[in-house]
Design a protein around this ligand. Structure first.
Ligand code: PLP
Length: 418
């Protein structure tokens, strides 16, 4: 897959923010009165390394300091400083928020205590009596939020198979306010046509949201395809090291940014400064990690295809995947999550017991490979019949491919299967 990640530098940063999400490395020219030279378009790989906050403008330190402070001294109460209280704004978190806004090509970025904190905050843009159309194989935590929390607030939900635009259209009601997508979805990697859904949603003045956790902006930038709000569990690929829980959101417009900021501040669902710093630390290597893991995943998919004891393989990089063409048209890569069916629950348990390299755990997107068992882990809350309908069979395993040597991984899976 080509790694054509070049996109135009974003100019959508909030002009009111001191740390504007502009593409320039301000640190290099901080304090200088020389006119800024125009900056040529930069690829995502470069933006991952050079961003506001990648160098501290005060000291030249090679990373933004951790501002471990809850409040800020006000020299002149009539002219309050940019930051007054860390729930409302913290310079370390601000650097991260500007960073993700640039990467996704949006107007404003926001950092939250977890992916679910980001998602629940975004859903509170909706009011009682409004209706939202949601992809049926949405992340389990999002499903729980919708069906056990937001339902109590009289927010109506329709779950539809988003691989089929006709089903999305048929779910429209007079009170429909939003469409919520997740592509590729979990664990069978179903693909939604992002542009088709957003075009239709715009005709009906619906807000569109998309969980971009599996692809990250390295492979997929939904705002460029018309989406209004992009959400992330940054706990996964963006953080990349299974050591920080975090969520991110990016809005397409400043106006939506203002609304989300109001909710983030009002609910207090913010990410702390230490975790903000650690997340940026991980994100700098996103391109290297994603491209390495994707190559290994393609190799593992190829190897799984040669085995007669594998009942099904789900990976959008395979030309046999039903969403392969649409995915290829909207993303620059296929990522490194692959699911496969080993035939039975017994056999799946055998593999889980015997593997030595991948950790057996929930979560994904880390330097170490992670093998999960959706029926008892991510999708345990779903009844057996619903699971079966969605292809989450008893023999299904989900592998998030890390940075180990791929031939070592294959040898390990081979001994576990045989
Ligand atoms: C993990 C995950 C979430 C939830 O994120 P947390 O950081 O665990 O709160 C949301 N969406 C997807 C696709 C995920 O994989």
């Amino acid at each position: 897959m080509s790694e054509n990640n070049s996109n135009q530098p974003t100019t959508g940063a909030d002009p009111g923010a001191t740390n504007s999400a502009s593409d320039s490395t301000v640190s290099a020219t901080a304090g200088s009165t020389a006119p800024k030279r125009p900056i040529p378009p930069r690829s995502l790989e470069t933006k991952l390394i050079h961003f506001n906050g990648s160098v501290d403008p005060t000291t030249g330190a090679s990373s933004v300091p951790i501002y471990q402070a809850s409040t800020f001294h006000q020299d002149d109460i009539l002219n309050p400083p940019q930051h007054d209280y860390s729930r409302s704004g913290n310079p370390t978190r601000q650097a991260l928020e500007d960073y993700i806004a640039v990467l996704e090509g949006g107007a404003r970025g926001f950092a939250f205590a977890s992916g679910m904190a980001a998602i629940s905050t975004a859903f509170l843009l909706l009011s009682a009596g409004e209706h939202v159309i949601v992809t049926e194989d949405v992340y389990g935590g999002t499903y729980r939020l919708l069906t056990t929390v937001l339902n109590r607030l009289n927010i109506e939900i329709s779950f539809v198979d988003m691989t089929d635009l006709a089903q999305v259209k048929a779910a429209l009601r007079p009170n429909t306010r939003a469409v919520y997508m997740e592509t590729p979805s979990n664990p069978t990697l179903k693909i939604t046509d992002i542009h088709a859904v957003t075009e239709w949603a715009k005709e009906h003045h619906l807000l569109t949201m998309l969980d971009n956790t599996f692809m990250t902006p390295y492979y997929q930038r939904p705002i460029e395809l018309g989406v209004d709000i992009v959400l992330h569990s940054a706990t996964k690929f963006l953080g990349g090291h299974s050591d920080v829980l975090a969520g991110l959101a990016v809005t397409r417009t400043l106006e939506l940014g203002k609304q989300l900021k109001h909710l983030q501040n009002g609910l207090g669902t913010v990410l702390g400064p230490q975790d903000s710093w650690l997340l940026m630390r991980g994100m700098k290597t996103l391109a290297a990690r994603m491209s390495h893991s994707e190559k290994s995943t393609a190799r593992i998919a190829e190897w799984l295809q040669t085995r007669s004891d594998i009942e099904a393989i789900y990976y959008p990089g395979l030309s046999t995947h039903p969403g392969h063409e649409i995915h290829t048209s909207q993303s620059t890569g296929y990522g490194s999550v692959i699911s496969f069916d080993v035939g039975s629950g017994e056999r799946a348990k055998q593999v889980l017991d015997r593997v030595q390299l991948p950790i057996v755990a929930v979560s994904l997107g880390a330097v170490e490979s992670i093998l999960s068992y959706p029926p008892t882990m991510s999708h345990a809350a779903m009844g057996a019949t619903v699971r079966a309908e969605r292809g989450i069979t008893d023999g299904l395993l989900r592998l998030s491919v890390g940075l180990e040597d791929v031939e070592d991984l294959i040898a390990d899976l081979e001994q576990a299967l045989d």
